[in-house]
Design a protein around this ligand. Structure first.
Ligand code: SAM
Length: 281
């Protein structure tokens, strides 16, 4: 099931433009997408690299602009992705390497960048399949952690991710980069605390939280499907309210002196245990 997939809508082909100046208003508006406020207002985000833009096209995410280094259009894969984007209404912008470096804030930028419409799923779209696992993240703050969790969620095959409370933007450049394209494959919802508690009340499977003071080894827990895995904030861990909302709390043992695991690492360990019987080489 892919909740993000929609049929491609017939659209008028986009424009083909050659832009030479950093000061061009379009370039300025693309660069402004580095700011969360601009992403929120425009509903757009930037994805870097042909792989990510191709993933977006393949999953039918609306690509609004396809920006490429002018000389790279001779490469067949880039020309094909540009043509596909244009046919779906994206404007095609040929720019210099310097402008791409400005847009991506990187010395060695990718040759392709996409400006894409954001997609989150509504709470009503969270309909867990009987054998699925969903991940709830409480107030996650680090974009690299979120991107890594989205990538891992894609790898193990999860139903989706629920961001609880104020959290980092999944469409920030750093988060999108860290997903390596999985942002286009994993449904993501944002829920306030109360909304999450309502979802939790109706959850038919096990709601399992992770907590450093639990006495239950994560390998000994019962993961009745569909599983809702609840992970805490990087600094403060799981709040009391969310810990109380879980059916059980589990801990990953630590042999050395580290206080805890990194959030993305702990999520990966949990997911591979929960999905143990669902995935194989
Ligand atoms: N100082 C925080 C605390 O006391 O909970 C540490 C938070 S930890 C860096 C972030 C999250 O990763 C935790 O809330 C939990 O969800 C998960 N986590 C990290 N190490 C874990 C472990 N050993 N067992 C279970 N969960 C862990």
């Amino acid at each position: 099931m892919n909740m993000l997939r929609e049929e491609a809508m017939p659209r008028r082909p986009g424009k083909v433009l050659s832009i030479a100046s950093h000061a061009n208003p379009r370039i300025k508006s693309i660069r402004a997408l580095a700011q969360v406020k601009q992403r929120r207002e425009s509903g757009l985000f930037v994805a870097e690299g042909l792989k990510l833009v191709s993933d977006a096209l393949q999953q039918n995410w609306p690509v609004r602009m396809f920006i490429h280094r002018a000389d790279a259009i001779d490469q067949p894969a880039i020309a094909a992705a540009a043509a596909r984007s244009r046919a779906r209404g994206a404007d095609i912008l040929a720019v210099s390497g310097e402008i791409l470096a400005k847009i991506t804030r990187r010395e060695n930028p990718q040759t392709v960048v996409g400006v894409i419409e954001q997609r989150l799923i509504a709470a009503e779209a969270i309909k867990p399949r009987a054998d699925s696992v969903w991940i709830a993240l409480e107030r996650i703050k680090d974009p690299g952690n979120l991107g890594t969790i989205i990538r891992t969620a894609d790898a193990v095959g999860t139903g989706g991710i629920i961001l609880i409370g104020p959290s980092v933007d999944p469409f920030s450049v750093e988060a999108v980069r860290a997903t390596m394209g999985s942002i286009f494959h994993v449904p993501i919802a944002r829920l306030g605390d109360e909304h999450f508690q309502r979802l939790r009340e109706g959850w038919s499977g096990a709601v399992v939280g992770t907590h450093l003071s639990s006495r239950i080894d994560y390998r000994a827990a019962e993961y009745r499907e569909p599983v809702l895995l609840v992970m805490g904030n990087e600094q403060s861990g799981l709040s009391e309210a969310l810990a109380n909302a879980c059916d059980q709390l589990v801990r990953i043992p630590i042999a050395g002196e580290a206080d805890s695991l990194n959030l993305a690492v702990a999520t990966a360990v949990m997911l591979y245990e929960i999905r143990r019987n669902h995935i194989s080489l």
